[in-house]
Design a protein around this ligand. Structure first.
Ligand code: BG6
Length: 487
């Protein structure tokens, strides 16, 4: 991949939560490992009034709070802070852009802009950037979610961005694609020969994708109330995972081939009719309960008023193409669940005939579990014979064939997803960013689910915090004779 690094990075939302927790620590880590272009200048910008020194102090505090202790190196932190400067801005006021353009200065060496802002400010921000000369051919832009709340609003944002930034210079972020284990799905599928012959409707019975979180609202009421679990997690992260599992092998690991294949999967998702939605989806909202031994409040109590926003969703999806015809993809995500656990489980078909049946041996179909977090491992559940002389029949048991990526790569540092994405942005590699047609196909599919909920007056079912969601989510798979892979 030819690298085309920019000389400057402009970070909007530079004093916000994402910047403090993720972006500044990620940039520092890249700096500390000499991975940033040596002269890369980083300009922070946000509404907050700061001068350069004030911003550097804020960044120093953020690094102090969010960097791992073994990464803190005073000399490196000081050198990193030297890269930073700051310009406050009101994105809705075009008169505040010229000062920003002055601060950024010459962009002939290339500029990457990272826009982490409320969706309502995307349009004015893009207009302002264009008007002040910060949108020319040397400038690329990264967009952080949420990019709208449905297909129409996302198209509006994408149209506004496209006026100033063509697709080759637009980098839409889904931070799941920056995760090492998520990229490992590609290595597992396309770096090994033995999965491919069974990776289809002939070999696979069903696929399960779970992103379970233990956190609740986390002071994000304003955002979450307008989103809910479907928009917050399914339209982006869960569907990206589904695409990586379901896509055809790309010819090359590059931005066109990988994204072409993912887009085909999104276009093959079976769009639900309103009357089908209640049978294929379950929504939930947590009430009070205990997570990890700690008593926690219910969603409405956290908010301070009654809400019908879903904090949990489970969906039975289908990918209507040759490879996956008839294979259900069970998807689920929720807040305040029993444990933090993201994983993909591929449940294979049973053997066609069991020679052990006459001797009492019971077989279970094989399952491949790809655990994304908090641990990182790949586990194939296979049948084995229990030791013994088999006088009372053959005893067979499912045992794990486990590859722990944590242990296998114990010597390599695990990077924050944003380190990878920021570096790719700075160097101009779009492979792990989401293309417009992908986003639109994702919205088209989830909008139909939401329309079905509206048409049927569906309200979330309550589940106690610290559980795996409402019982109806269990019924969603059990009716098909399938059990969620929990442990
Ligand atoms: C974000 C969502 O995109 O992803 C959050 O807005 C969610 O609600 C987060 O908590 C989960 O990310 P991770 O990396 O912690 O799994």
């Amino acid at each position: 991949m030819p690298r085309d690094p920019v000389a400057k990075l402009l970070l909007f939302g530079a004093t916000g939560d994402l910047a403090r927790r993720m972006l500044l620590p990620s940039l520092y880590n890249l700096h500390a490992d000499n991975l940033l272009p040596p002269d890369l200048a980083i300009v922070g910008s946000a509404r907050t009034d700061h001068d350069d020194a004030g911003f550097r102090d804020m960044a120093r505090d953020a690094l102090g709070e969010f960097l791992a202790d073994d990464r803190k190196d005073e000399a490196k932190i000081a050198a990193f802070l030297d890269r930073l400067s700051y310009q406050s801005i009101d994105l809705s006021d075009e008169k505040s852009f010229p000062a920003l353009a002055d601060k950024v200065g010459d962009v002939s060496g290339g500029l990457a802009i990272y826009l982490s802002t409320a969706p309502s400010l995307f349009e004015p921000a893009i207009d302002g950037l264009e008007a002040c000369g910060l949108a020319g051919p040397m400038v690329r832009v990264a967009l952080e979610k949420p990019l709208g709340y449905d297909l129409a609003s996302s198209q509006e944002i994408n149209d506004a961005v496209a006026k100033a930034f063509p697709e080759e210079r637009t980098f839409r972020i889904d931070h799941y694609l920056g995760k090492e284990t998520v990229q490992n799905i590609l290595a597992l599928r396309f770096g090994n020969g033995f999965f491919e012959p069974v990776w289809n409707a002939r070999g696979v019975d069903n696929v399960q994708i779970t992103i379970a979180e233990t956190v609740g609202l986390e002071d994000r009421a304003g955002y979450y109330e307008g989103a809910g679990a479907l928009r917050d997690m399914v339209t982006n992260h869960i569907l990206q995972l589904l695409a990586l599992v379901a896509m055809e092998p790309p010819a090359r690991f590059d931005k066109d081939d990988v994204r072409d294949e993912k887009a085909k999967v999104f276009r093959s998702l079976r769009v639900m009719k309103p009357e089908e939605v209640p049978g294929l989806t379950v929504t939930g909202q947590y009430f009070d309960g205990a997570v990890g031994g700690k008593i926690v409040k219910g969603y409405d109590d956290e908010l301070g008023y009654d809400s019908d926003v879903e904090t949990f969703v489970a969906i039975k999806a289908h990918v209507d193409n040759w490879r996956w015809q008839g294979v259900p993809f069970y998807l689920r995500t929720g807040k305040r669940m029993a444990k933090r656990q993201s994983e993909i489980a591929i449940q294979f078909k049973p053997v066609p005939h069991s020679m052990f049946a006459g001797r009492g041996g019971l077989l279970q179909p094989n399952t491949l579990v790809i655990r994304l977090q908090p641990e990182e491992y790949v586990e194939l559940l296979v049948m084995a014979k229990e030791p013994g002389l088999d006088r009372d029949g053959v005893r067979l048991r499912e045992v794990p064939l486990k590859l722990s990526l944590d242990a296998e790569f114990a010597g390599s540092r695990r990077r924050i997803a944003y380190e990878r994405l920021l570096l790719d942005l700075i160097e101009g590699d779009q492979t792990l960013f989401v293309r417009r047609d992908e986003v639109e196909a994702q919205w088209r599919w989830t909008d139909a689910i939401r329309a079905g909920w509206d048409a049927n007056g569906t309200k979330p079912k309550h589940y106690p915090a610290g559980t795996w969601g409402p019982p109806a989510a269990v019924a969603l798979t059990e009716r098909d004779g399938v059990t969620w892979q929990d442990d």
